[in-house]
Design a binder for this molecule. Structure first.
Ligand SMILES: C[S@@+](CC[C@H](N)C(=O)[O-])C[C@H]1O[C@@H](n2cnc3c(N)ncnc32)[C@H](O)[C@@H]1O
Length: 311
């Protein structure tokens, strides 16, 4: 059922890339998936990890808020557009996949996905989610996870139609090396899609400083390479502006084909009881969508998603 609904999203996007009905269908599916997964998870470490991970999605009753899912879909949409136009099988690398949410989504959209993540405990959680997602999908769901430094993974070879990096390029260090290796690993016509907090937005900048605990960016070496055991240089919230991200991708010889801004809906700063009111959510959705299109303010969105193409 989920597979069929996502196949219809994919078809709709092929016909009309910016289809509003396809976006709301995807948001509906994501909301059902996440609520269903939380319902199916036993109390314990995995559920706690997921609740912490989805903290900006959940209302005070632990249900996924429609506005938060709408904002998430806005952010993902450029990726969905790339997936929709590729012929199958579409090989996707989810770089720094964390708990693997988009790895599963792309697999449900029919892609062959490899999620690569440095921290083995996160890979364990990503793998443990497979049973739930497989139970929803009629065919074999093509998703696998590797505990590895994505830089070594890319150096080892492999070709991809799409490489996705969400909230990852600000951690993978050095980002320039990642982008160069990703560009080399893409097939001709393949896409590198990067989504991250936008340093030009004061809230995003403040958050990154608060998380790393210093104004100056400092890397740390707290994580070990799961394959070699050597400490890995880790960029802690090394966010860049959307203009910086565009320059980074162009410097690697990629053509930037789409710059989407999102994060105007206020879902992470407004009180949950307010955001979950349907009237307020509808208003925030409208103003958020208008802001993302407005040429004067769109560059200040909290989040960017940039699509680059290899010639
Ligand atoms: C903020 S999390 C984002 C996770 C996921 N993409 C998401 O959006 O939910 C960034 C992830 O990138 C991973 N990461 C950072 N450097 C990495 C590297 N060199 N190789 C593989 N993963 C890395 C981190 O361990 C972390 O789980």
């Amino acid at each position: 059922m989920v597979g069929a609904r996502l196949a219809s999203v994919r078809e709709a996007v092929r016909g009309e890339p910016d289809s509003a009905s396809a976006q709301s269908e995807l948001a509906g599916v994501v909301q059902e998936l996440l609520n269903g997964e939380l319902d199916a998870s036993q109390r314990g470490a995995k559920r706690d990890a997921l609740c912490q991970y989805y903290r900006y999605f959940l209302d005070d009753d632990g249900r996924v808020m429609p506005l938060a899912v709408w904002a998430y879909v806005q952010r993902l949409w450029p990726l969905v557009e790339c997936v929709a136009v590729k012929d199958r099988p579409c090989r996707v690398l989810d770089a720094g996949c964390g708990y693997g949410t988009e790895s599963y989504l792309m697999a449900l959209l029919g892609c062959e996905v490899t999620g690569v993540e440095l921290v083995p405990a996160r890979v364990e959680i990503a793998r443990s989610r497979a049973a739930y997602f497989r139970s929803l999908y009629p065919g074999p769901l093509s998703v696998q996870f590797a505990a590895a430094n994505v830089l070594s993974h890319l150096q080892a070879g492999g070709q991809y139609d799409i490489i996705w990096a969400m909230e990852a390029i600000s951690h993978i260090h050095p980002a320039q090396t990642f982008v160069a290796l990703a560009a080399a690993a893409l097939v001709s016509g393949g896409n590198l899609v990067v989504s991250d907090p936008n340093r030009a937005n004061p809230l995003a900048l403040w958050r990154s400083i608060a998380i790393r605990g210093s104004v100056r960016h400092k890397t740390h070496r707290r994580f070990l390479d799961p394959q070699t055991g050597a400490p890995v240089e880790y960029g802690q919230e090394h966010i860049t502006s959307v203009a910086g991200a565009v320059a980074l991708l162009r410097n690697a010889g990629l053509e930037v084909t789409r710059v989407a801004m999102s994060g105007f809906a206020g879902t992470t700063i407004l009180p949950r009881w307010l955001v979950r009111q349907p009237v307020v959510a509808a208003l925030l959705q409208r103003t958020g969508a208008a802001a993302a299109r407005n040429p004067l303010i769109r560059g200040l969105g909290t989040v960017y998603t940039v699509v680059a193409r290899k010639a």
